[in-house]
Design a protein around this ligand. Sequence first.
Ligand SMILES: Cc1cc2nc3c(=O)[nH]c(=O)nc-3n(C[C@H](O)[C@H](O)[C@H](O)COP(=O)(O)OP(=O)(O)OC[C@H]3O[C@@H](n4cnc5c(N)ncnc54)[C@H](O)[C@@H]3O)c2cc1C
Ligand code: FES
Ligand code: FES
Length: 1357
Amino acid sequence: MELDRPVDELQFYVNGKKIVEKNADPEMTLLYYLRRKLGLTGTKLGCAEGGCGACTVMVSRFDVFQKKIVHYSVNACLAPICSLHNAAVTTVEGIGSTTTRLHPVQERIAKAHGSQCGFCTPGFVMSMYTLLRNNPKPTMEEIEETFQGNLCRCTGYRPILKGYSTFAVNSGCCGKAITTDCCMENNKTVPTCCKTKGSHDTHCLNRDKTNPADLVTRLYDPSEFKPLDPTQEPIFPPELQLHQKLLQKSVLFRGERVTWIQPSNLAELLELKFQYPNARLVVGNTEVGIEMKFKDMLYPVILAPVCIPELKAIQQTETGITFGGACTLTFIKNVLQKAVEKFPEYQTETFKAVLEQLKWFAGEQIRNVAAVAGNIMTASPISDLNPVFMSAQCKVTVASKDGTRAIRMDRNFFSGYRKTVVKPHEILLAIEIPFTKKGEFVSVYKQSTRQEDDIAIVNSAMRVLFREGTNTVEEIRLCYGGMSEKTALAQTTCETLKGREWNEALLEEACKLIAKEMTLEPSAPGGMVEFRRTLAISFFFKFYLTVLQKLSRYLNKNNNYIEQIPPSWISATELFHRDPPSSVQLFQAVPPGQCVEDVVGRPIMHLAAEKQATGEAVYCDDMPHFENELYLAVVTSTKPHAKIIAIDPTDALKMPGVVDFISAKDVPGSNLTGHLCFDETVFAEDTVTCIGYIIGAILADTQPHARRAAKAVKITYEELKPIITIQEAIENESFFLPIRKLEKGDIKQGFEEADHILEGEMHMGGQDHFYMETHCTIAVPKKENGEMELFASTQAASATQGLVAKALGVPSNRIVCRVKRMGGGFGGKESRTTMLSTVVAIAAHKAGRPVRCMYDRDEDMLITGGRHPFLGHYKVGFMKNGKIVALDVTYYSNAGNSMDLSIAIMERALLHMTNAYQVPNTRGVGYMCKTNLSSNTAFRGFGGPQAMMIAECWINDIALTCALPADQVRFLNLYKEGEITHYNLKLENCTVQRCWEECLAISDYHNRQKYVEEFNRQHRWRKRGIAVIPTVFGLSFTVRLLNQAGALVHIYKDGSVLVTHAGTEMGQGLHTKIVQIAGRALQIPADKIYISETSTNTVPNTSPTSASVSSDLNGMAVYNACQILLQRLKPFKEANPSGTWEEWVIAAYIDRVSLSATGFYKTPEIGYDFEKSEGMAFSYMSYGVACSEVEVDCLTGGHMNLRTDIVMDVGFSLNPAIDIGQVEGAFVQGLGLFTLEELRYSPEGFLYTRGPGMYKIPTLGDIPLEFNVTLLRDSPNSKAIYSSKGVGEPPLFLSSSVFFAIKDAIAFARADSGITGPFRLDSPATPERIRNACVDQFTKMCPSANPGTFKPWAVQV
Ligand SMILES: Cc1cc2nc3c(=O)[nH]c(=O)nc-3n(C[C@H](O)[C@H](O)[C@H](O)COP(=O)(O)OP(=O)(O)OC[C@H]3O[C@@H](n4cnc5c(N)ncnc54)[C@H](O)[C@@H]3O)c2cc1C
Ligand code: FES
Ligand code: FES
């Protein structure tokens, strides 16, 4: 086929409407097309790499091979538009809207409070919708599986799952799958509690006598949900059912750089592959898409083999099942599942192994499109399928113009890193997965950071065949991924084991052989060297035990030459099995007699939830494009510390669509910027101090043009020595000043009095905010007097306004910053957004045109910083009974290359350094390390969680040292009413003891603790752990001036009310709470009140929306404005007492009374002076306690969160649904912080983890199997609006209970190896750290290399 032949028209349907695209560009994704060309902005961009699911849409096709219509979810960010030829796409807009009718999947996620910021919501909606299109009666397990590829950073997943469990055929009352009666219906006599399971009697919250009648559990009424009616779904376009005819014709699309050909038959494909041997065959595009987007690879010719029957065929033969290379993983899964049911068990060992690997392979959206040949041919060293195929020695058939040939997938198949023996002009036609024989056993293993949707750290497939009727090894193949540059066979080990009997001697020898053969250089890419080596051996140990079990069945149980497995070892062979999660939420009902129109205290839905669920909610990048708008892409430093010798944009400026290059010289005002001080530049001048430092920006007509050109700007550097880690900063005394200190009592005397003194150290890693919506700004220059309007996704509208004005050299009154909503913030949009906003504003000013930029996920993670990593050295003095008498801690935070908010973060760390404990003599010193990393910044908790974590670490050590239960030591030291903190705050209405007692009761802690001990006695390789952790968190900004807020309330003539206040909406439900507050204040129904946006021209000088006090401050300001208006309306009410609100309003208007008022609030008596150690640091405290239980796989380091019970004091909740949502969301975000999320840096400060592919935030599969939240009852707070309390940050730290439960489990494992006493476990408790801490005979076989003798792949910063 000639590549220069005329292009074809791309035809497909979107939401029932036919689209004909004459110039389809193969590089354009479906997501880009939907958002930019069709204006369908409901589908969101969260990562562009298939890792978050925000872009999920449903694709429907008539499958000519299966002869039926198939519906499947796909990631629109990876689907090339050309791959949609003759398909029908359904987006979130296509299934329902607030103006017509919400689809039940939209309605249920909204009403179940499953949408907070809403950025992930369309993705969840479309995943669920697709599942229901295929199966209107799914099981809970199927629902969970369908969400494996969807991330949510706000909700903690529980409400999403619970809302959608109403579609499930087997959903029980608490969410889990059951068939018994519902125990949660109060008025029912319950035969069984669905929360009771196993042998130990789990506590039923609902039947607990301590739960009084006014505690309720219902956050919404599922009986109000519209039923699902599958007959009402849009029909598949009939035209597309006829398209078999079209398949006979090949099609060609051509873009600026890439040509896409969809050949119609095999001969044509082979001819093309002959002509263009470097052409890529694209089926799912899940590899090629990533290579082109993130690795700057360009493939000028792409061949799409989706219509070639030979590549889609399946065939059962005598020896196995053969799959065409283009068969998708979902299709293979379905076929193999049926085969497992159909064939005798012994024949399907390999099939089951493939199915097990597919269970944890990516998410559903990826599996629906990714092809088996794509996985094999990519030849990734961590492919999940290749070890299975290699261990089974699968036969692949390859084809070329010259014919076909068969190749065994043996150790020679992979010839190097991402290379196979298949020749460039050949294609992989098919693969046969063979049947297994009698006496042949296969097992697979995969250990990744996160169980769901994560690539393996190490995976393995192990197969053994025994001589008939014996335990003598006939053949064995142990294949590993993640242990070399390619899928590897442990050849020597396998050869040595042949002919040997399957017994302990074999085990011992095999472990030694594997340790020798599966080695890694200490500086091997990917790091975790000891862990990976230990895993290779531990997997074999599991395999050994599994085979022993299977052998004893195969050779009859009583066969006396099969070794017996000790009962306590059996669990080593079990895989983690997860039941669907269950949960209970308890909160206090509003007082009897509260007016029904008064919604304060009621669990009303987030006001934008329905719009979020239909894709109608507008986020910054969803705003329609302005005419003449330009797109901006930043040019950033690739060096951590360097002088800039030259900047050369010449090549970039010649590229298509490029308009200009902007740099420091284009700044009309000041290039200096920053937050608590101006120590940063908008654009680099002569030096760069981190990788990701903004040097310049390209302006172009489109985003792809801008991005490509930005990469072509040449920067010449003279490199300077960087400082990356805290350790390096300490060695070089590289600190920001001042060094903060907080001291109380007499430290020296305290230590003298102590029975024991213990010293230790703990490092806590940082965290990326991973809000689903990345930073985004649109700047629109006005023609007059330097005016500019900014639309920004920021928590700090006024800071944006001020810094943009400074950079443009105009007064603030020329700049308006407007914020509609954010797709999550978590502190990450408090200060760092101004970096992008100033860059975009300068570019818009220079170009005189509107300019837009939304960071890609990798840019966002690289540039914008995150939570500060902390190192704490502690010395603690205590008595024999565990009572603490003295504490001395030195903290080092890794602040990065600028001060940003680091001083305030360190101050909060010092204020929270004892967490919930009374320590009479305390000293804390805080150093902020100045390093060559992107500046770290605010993140939910703001330094509090770091210091509290170190506190829980030393208190845990005290318990281990005194050999006392940790809960006993914690309770002994717990704050009591009226005690004075180390910063001289008297604790009033201190409810931490109440929370503690209620949490222990609800969680049935003492019984479960005994059960944990019993479990651990019976299990050697699985250990459980349980921990109860309190939290005491101070509410107020620690920077005094920020404790103020303004509001503007207008009442219009028709009685409708427009409220504007200083806070921004980022999903936390602030606007909803404010409407509830205004409704009660004005004594009108909430539906008369509206909040449109936050803007600097309505409420000036706003504090950032942070520190958990936005509803306190803004609620009070709005209340104040409402009171002013009520006073003005009073005469009219009195004149017409039986009148309506509308009548009073119009009467006031006619009487020329102003119906607009500003309100203001400042927190009284607030402000702590660190220099003088005096003043009031916090307005009030928030309290909570959590109890968590986990189970650890000591051989792999994996763990499962079994149960968490939280009791949280939120005062009188303004909105229990929102508050419980904040508690759950914060907890799960903290779960990520303490157990999953690890930012990994090279020794040069290069951030490896720049997207969901490598950086793992919690998924649905990580939430506790039982997840119960209780809001403490009868706990009014006189310091905040309507007796409420702030809730955003305080619960986050409760997730450390999971970390300490893990540590508890590890302590049991270590005890089995004869090791007792305190031990160091840094945070996060990743599988690597857990496995390495569970010291045993296998870890001892993999000692660490001596530090200093090698350059590690990654360093702890
Ligand atoms: C979010 C995400 C998660 C992932 N998770 C996992 C995981 O858990 N485990 C894992 O192993 N992988 C994972 N992957 C990798 C990837 O999904 C798989 O490798 C997938 O099977 C690739 O298939 P594809 O059809 O999308 O390949 P494509 O991107 O379409 O093609 C990949 C390569 O294969 C070649 N190719 C395809 N078909 C043929 C053929 N018939 N003959 C010759 N060459 C061919 C192409 O030329 C190309 O070079 C993940 C990827 C993403 C984006
Ligand atoms: S944007 Fe597509 S998966 Fe994240
Ligand atoms: S609601 Fe899911 S990411 Fe915000």
